[in-house]
Ligand binder design. Structure first.
Ligand SMILES: Nc1ncnc2c1ncn2[C@@H]1O[C@H](COP(=O)(O)OP(=O)(O)OP(=O)(O)O)[C@@H](O)[C@H]1O
Ligand SMILES: [Mg+2]
Length: 462
């Protein structure tokens, strides 16, 4: 372990903060002996002053200190330098605070007296997940299953640990998360790390395929099964045989098809459209939705038996706004790997520009950040992107252009429904008539967007 740390992280800069000078000295000696560069601060205030010029890759701080404590220092770093990981050292009485800090994004904590070996291991881990630091070949290979997932968020690291736990069983995994949070990336990562990785990973977007085609798409069809079926065709279940099938936007699947899917999952076999023979398939199903499937099940829009079959383990992806520390990392990654930056003019973001990105809400999560960066890179004329370009890209008029087609369509649909309900004072029959939809269909649309007609009824004043 020590050898590997030396190899990977030489010249990594660590800032140690503690009001106990003898402890600082001891720790500094230990880290220096392992090849790290170390600076020390005897107060949080001094650390705050040192960070801008020292540019540490990691801060290790005591919790209880003079005026400004370790928690305040952590909050300052989180806001001002979200890419610097922070490890907190805590005495026995303050564990609760340290745990709270970890849930807010601190990399980790150790209680005093801590095992020095444990501290070095935690520090090396904190440094290793920052993509700025080159990893050796062996570590790279070991982590290749998650190479596309750029993160240094503790919430995401916890999630990836869960992915590792569930990957090798055939357990059905349901991934929940807002649009653009990386559900598909996680599904792919589950497949990559599982023993099925050499077989196919097949993706189906259930909301994009018209209902009458979904059955033949998933289960295949025989020649002549319907007009246009000119040859036998394998379904996606069969293509994924031995591998994984990712059913995206499962919450949009019709009630009729839910029954067919349930049967296929229960029996482990499928029947192509127009065939009277069933085919055994060995498929690991991973599903996802941006909608609250549990709520849909409770409202009987989604079958509970199918819900429990798909959802043996739920993985919940945090919103980007709940992992601010990922924003600079992702932004830099998207700049470096951007195709609309053909001349490679844009190299990075000015501090102000980065601050604006970190303070933005990101309703479209990582996908929106990626689109915004691509947009910015197209217009960049200088290596350091100025804040004005980010401001432009985030403006309302650009908003819809930075969304995926599906998200823009979703937003349009919701706005349209809201306008109809406002116009008709929440009268569903009238609103449905205007939209040229029957009431049942209209209720389904409202439900999909979690809108309640009653909210639009004008209340008579008492
Ligand atoms: N942690 C990440 N690191 C790098 N890229 C990411 C990360 N998370 C998401 N992305 C990128 O953002 C985009 C959206 O990710 P993905 O399609 O996995 O999200 P999703 O949750 O399935 O979105 P949707 O609900 O819109 O289908 C993709 O281009 C993906 O590569
Ligand atoms: Mg998706």
């Amino acid at each position: 372990m020590t050898e590997q740390i030396e190899k990977n992280f030489q010249a990594q800069k660590i800032l140690l903060v503690d009001d106990d000078p003898s402890l600082l000295k001891l720790l500094a000696l230990r880290f220096r002996s392992l090849g790290f560069e170390v600076n020390t601060a005897e107060s949080a205030e001094l650390a705050v002053a040192l960070i801008p010029s020292y540019h540490p890759h990691l801060v290790i701080t005591d919790l209880r200190m003079g005026e400004m404590d370790g928690m305040a220092l952590f909050n300052h770093i989180k806001e001002t330098y979200p890419t610097i990981p922070v490890i907190i050292l805590t005495a026995h009485g303050t564990i609760k605070e340290a745990v709270a800090a970890t849930s807010e994004g601190a990399f980790g904590f150790l209680t005093k007296p801590y095992d020095p070996k444990e501290l070095v291991e935690l520090a090396s881990k904190a440094l290793s997940i920052n993509i700025c630091h080159p990893l050796d070949q062996a570590t790279k290979k070991e982590l290749s299953w998650r190479e596309k997932i750029i993160t240094r968020s503790v919430l995401m690291e916890n999630l990836l640990r869960e992915v590792e736990h569930v990957a090798n069983s055939k357990i059905s995994v349901y991934i929940h998360g807002e649009s653009g949070t990386g559900k598909e990336l996680i599904a792919q990562a589950i497949h990559n790390i599982s023993s099925r990785r050499d077989k196919e990973f097949v993706t189906v977007n259930c909301s994009a395929i018209p209902e009458d085609l979904l059955e033949s798409e998933l289960f295949g069809h025989c020649k002549g099964a319907f007009s246009g079926a000119s040859a036998n065709r394998k379904g996606l279940f069969e293509e994924a045989d031995g591998g994984s099938l990712f059913l995206d936007e499962i919450g949009d699947m019709s009630a009729a098809f839910q029954v067919k899917l349930l049967r296929a999952l229960q029996e482990g076999e499928i029947r192509p459209v127009g065939s009277n023979k069933t085919i055994k398939v060995d498929v690991r199903v991973i599903s996802a939705s941006h909608r609250d499937l549990q709520k849909l099940a409770a409202e009987e829009v989604f079958r509970t038996d199918l819900y429990y079959r798909l959802n043996v383990v739920t993985l919940s992806l945090p919103r980007l706004a709940d992992r601010l520390e990922d924003i600079p990392l992702l932004a830099n990654h998207f700049i470096a790997n951007n195709h609309s930056n053909p001349h490679g003019i844009a190299k990075g973001l000015s501090t102000e520009a980065m601050e604006l990105l970190v303070s933005y809400e990101w309703p479209g999560n990582v996908r929106q950040l990626k689109n915004v960066i691509e947009h910015i890179c197209t217009f960049a004329t200088t290596p350091l992107i100025p804040v004005s370009l980010v401001e432009n890209a985030l403006q309302e008029k650009q908003g819809s252009a930075s969304l995926s087609f599906n998200d823009a369509k979703k937003n349009f649909e919701r706005d349209y429904l809201v306008k109809l309900l406002q116009l008709t004072n929440g009268k569903v029959t009238e609103a449905a008539k205007l939209a040229k939809r029957n009431r049942t269909e209209f209720y389904r649309l409202l439900d999909r967007h979690e809108l309640k007609a009653a909210q639009f009824k004008i209340k008579k004043e008492a």
